[in-house]
Design a protein around this ligand. Structure first.
Ligand code: PLP
Length: 431
């Protein structure tokens, strides 16, 4: 065990996730690559943790932050006007597609979801909410209550009455053979039944990830969220789209993940990539909804000048370089390449994704059962090949990948090559 790992184990809680048998210390980064303390370079197919959305050491972000630092103002607070905050809110409100939108800035995705849940339950005067099975929404009391995935949830007590819906994917055997249209019908019937029998109908909101993140990049069938939204509208229930992983063009198809489904939510929450590593999150919602909290408030560090400088520069970069289109193009190389090769690898249970948000699911080739062990081997093997990925999935048997949106065509081919070589090796080992 390295000295740093031993010191980590002594002072950091043991439930804090650490990847790899020999966890690495990343000491520098440039473009879409990082370097560890041993001098090994990796193509970062996890973008930090979807945080380094436009890669490492980006001059535009560095210069924007340095300019702000040179003013001497790292932080004042939102009790004074902050130009960067207003400018960023204007851009996000416009991109959200939500009518008369306003934005409240936080420091994390958890805090953003907590705020959205607070708004919805306050406006509807109820503690009942809906969420999706396999979901993950963060670590605070409210956010963990609407988290379904046991791996992340632990046994925390919930301050909310939460009802978890089907629809994230067809993982139950009785759903597997249904067409998307029939599956959506079953899900909607289930929602109506649940509202009629398990709730007193005064439900505040449904919170959902358009593509589930730690749940394993599972994708609801097209049309599911639109069908849910119809029911929610009938009942006056808000729709909160958690865009912490799916925002900013990552899916290649639209700027926010829920827009792929043709749905305009009442609120969207965001974080992770917007600051390209600097902590920034928030909620964008219809103004009347955000204004409805009758309390004076602020988040001390939410929307601070440094985060706003980084986020404005990052968002401008994404838009100026049309990185949504780049995500679609480079993502297709990798997803298409993996799908084309899938038949060669009995350990590969599924390849899925949109744009630069894609995953491979691993199974025991003999039994077809989900295999976290084979996923762990794939993590080690891809690392050996020089590529960093993320772990996840309902059974911990999924490699999740979400490279920076700046990934080049050459890097897409290089990453695909590393993934295929690792599949080849691990498949041979276990067959
Ligand atoms: N929502 C989703 C979909 C996430 O993936 C995460 C983090 O992984 C969160 C919320 C929580 O965000 P944070 O870790 O910034 O609090």
């Amino acid at each position: 065990m390295s000295d740093l790992l031993a010191r980590h184990r002594a002072v950091i809680p043991n439930w804090v996730a650490l990847y790899y048998n020999e966890p690495i210390e990343i000491v520098s980064g440039k473009g879409n690559r990082v370097v560890d303390a041993e001098g090994r370079t990796y193509l970062d197919f996890f973008a930090g943790i979807l945080t380094n959305m436009i890669g490492y050491d980006v001059a535009e972000v560095r210069e924007a932050v340095e300019r702000q630092l040179r003013t001497g103002v790292v932080h004042t607070s939102t009790v004074y006007l902050l130009r960067g905050q207003v400018e960023l809110a204007e851009k996000i409100a416009r991109l959200s597609g939500i009518e008369d939108a306003k934005v409240f800035f936080t420091n994390s995705g958890t805090e953003a979801n907590e705020t959205a849940l607070l708004l919805a339950t306050y406006a509807r005067k109820t503690d009942q909410v809906l969420a999706m099975r396999q979901s993950y929404h963060g670590r605070s009391f409210g956010a963990i209550s609407v988290t379904s995935n046991r791996t992340w949830k632990n046994n925390s007590l919930s301050p909310l009455q939460v009802h978890f819906l089907h629809g994230a994917d067809k993982h139950l055997s009785r759903f597997r053979d249904l067409s998307d249209a029939d599956y959506i019908k079953v899900c909607v019937e289930d929602l109506r039944h649940l509202l009629a029998t398990a709730t007193s109908k005064d439900v505040a909101a449904l919170i959902a990830e358009p593509i589930q993140g730690v749940g394993g990049f599972t994708m609801a069938p097209d049309g599911l969220f639109a069908a849910y939204k119809e029911v929610l509208d009938e009942e006056g229930i808000y729709f909160i789209s958690d865009e912490v992983q799916t925002g900013w063009g990552r899916t290649g198809q639209s700027f926010f993940g829920i827009q792929n489904h043709g749905v305009t939510p009442d609120m969207m929450t965001f974080a992770k990539g917007l600051g390209n590593g600097f902590a920034v999150g928030g909620v964008v919602a219809r103004g009347e909804l955000l204004d409805a909290l009758h309390a004076v408030g602020l988040s001390t560090f939410g929307g601070n000048p440094i985060s706003m400088a980084a986020a404005n520069a990052t968002l401008d970069y994404v838009l100026d370089h049309d990185l949504q289109a780049n995500a679609a193009k480079t993502g297709e190389i990798i997803i298409g390449g993996l799908k084309a090769a899938a038949g060669r690898f009995p350990i590969l249970a599924d390849v899925r994704g949109k744009g630069l948000m894609f995953a491979i699911e691993l199974q025991d080739p003999a039994t077809g059962e989900p295999s976290p062990q084979i996923a762990a081997r794939m993590m080690e093997e891809t690392k050996k090949g020089g590529l960093l990925a993320g772990k996840g999935g309902l059974y911990g048997n999924t490699l999740r990948m979400a490279p920076p949106l700046t990934l080049t065509v050459e890097e897409a081919h290089e990453g695909l090559g590393i993934l295929l070589a690792a599949l080849e090796t691990v498949n041979e080992e276990v067959s």
